[in-house]
Design a protein around this ligand. Structure first.
Ligand code: CUA
Length: 379
């Protein structure tokens, strides 16, 4: 019985290797930096396969040829301490490792060195329990606000994007497998990572729409670690320009109706943690809600208590890129966030900037509906 179970487990494991590759695979690189890592992996895989086949062949031949036979109780020739063999099986692996060290070290420098040049896009990344904040220091609106978004990182194709990253709470790890290796995001420290996507990525659908590549936090960071996801939207140059121009516009506050009611709730409840840059019905543009920042090695990172919602309606996901952005999901979320995602808002300490999730504010159905209407209009 246990043999059968063992056999079944082995077959299941073997067959699982035949399943299709998911969108978060490292084995189908979509950019030059990921390809660098993949090339190294291919080389190691080929060498390791050859070594495996040779070793297994010698093992199998030895087992069959030198097995104990009936009526033959001779001892095999004892070769313990054979100097020539020992030198051989020391030198061969040493040479293999030395050969692999060359492309490995080259690869480490290739994927770790920040890009330089006029076409580099800079993005600052702040890791939060449990969402990602992205700030584009070179993209600034008329009021001097820096383009800031959450969980969905938009980048141009075929251009290096230098990420400068830190965390406000615990260690996270930024990982978009088809574009780059992972990099830890550590409170009080800077880490950098360069992303680059191939030109054709912008027009390829990997299962989430054209140019959308999923990623996620790859370092256990507490309750909702598995729901600390992200999406990278890869645009052609015109598409990226259009997106960033649009994101610099303020959200328009409705003068009346459900969306106007939503804004009243927004400023009395939500802006304790969230912000939005809005254009009031009288035309004035202002940012509502408290911002926050952290400074690491003289670099100031936006470190808001919760995502900026100015363009919430333009995002395809929310809640750490864990939920599709639909009015139904959003209403359920606002009604009781911890019911949808493991969080610990009872331990929130707003003055200290310590946020462990969005609480249930006990809003009425009317208040929730009007907030949903307003947020989905904020394209
Ligand atoms: Cu952040 Cu896991």
């Amino acid at each position: 019985m246990s043999q059968r179970l063992g056999g079944l487990a082995a077959v299941t494991l073997l067959l699982s290797a035949c399943s299709g590759t998911g969108p978060q695979t490292t084995l189908e690189p979509q950019g030059p930096l990921a390809r660098e890592i993949d090339g190294l992996w291919q080389l190691v895989f080929v060498i390791a396969t050859v070594v495996f086949i040779l070793v297994e062949a010698v093992l199998v031949i030895s087992i069959i040829r030198f097995r104990e036979r009936k009526g033959d109780d001779r001892q095999p020739k004892q070769i313990h301490g054979n100097t020539r063999l020992e030198i051989m099986w020391t030198i061969i692996p040493a040479v293999l490792l030395a050969v692999l060290a060359v492309p490995t070290v080259q690869g480490i420098f290739a994927v770790r060195t920040p890009a330089t040049g006029a076409d580099v896009l800079d993005v600052k990344v702040t890791g939060h329990q449990w969402w990602w904040e992205f700030e584009y220091p070179g993209i600034i609106d008329a009021e001097g606000n820096t383009l800031t978004t959450a969980n969905e990182l938009h980048i141009p194709a075929d251009r290096p994007v230098n990420l400068t990253m830190t965390s406000v709470d615990v260690i996270h790890s930024f990982w978009v497998p088809p574009l780059q290796g992972k990099r830890d995001v550590v409170p009080g420290r800077l880490s950098t990572l360069t992303l680059e996507a191939d030109p054709e990525v912008a027009t390829t659908d990997y299962g989430f729409g054209d140019g959308v590549i999923p990623g996620q936090c790859a370092e256990f960071c507490g309750l909702a670690h598995a729901d600390m996801r992200l999406r990278v939207f890869v645009h052609d140059d015109d598409g990226f320009q259009a997106w960033s121009d649009d994101q610099l516009q303020p959200a328009v506050v409705a003068a009346s109706g459900q969306a106007a009611d939503g804004f009243a709730t927004f400023t009395s409840v939500c802006t304790a943690c969230h912000q939005a840059t809005v254009q009031q019905p009288d035309g004035t543009v202002e940012t509502v809600g408290e911002g926050n920042s952290v400074t690491v090695d003289d670099i100031v990172f936006s470190a808001a208590l919760a995502p900026d919602l100015t363009h919430f309606g333009s995002r395809t996901t929310f809640g750490g890129a864990s939920f599709d952005n639909t009015p139904e999901h959003l209403a359920a979320w606002i009604d009781n966030p911890p019911a949808l995602k493991p969080m610990d808002p009872d331990r929130n300490d707003i003055p200290a900037g310590r946020i462990l999730g969005m609480p249930d504010f006990g809003l009425s159905t009317e208040e929730i509906d009007s907030l949903v209407t307003m947020l989905e209009e904020w394209q």
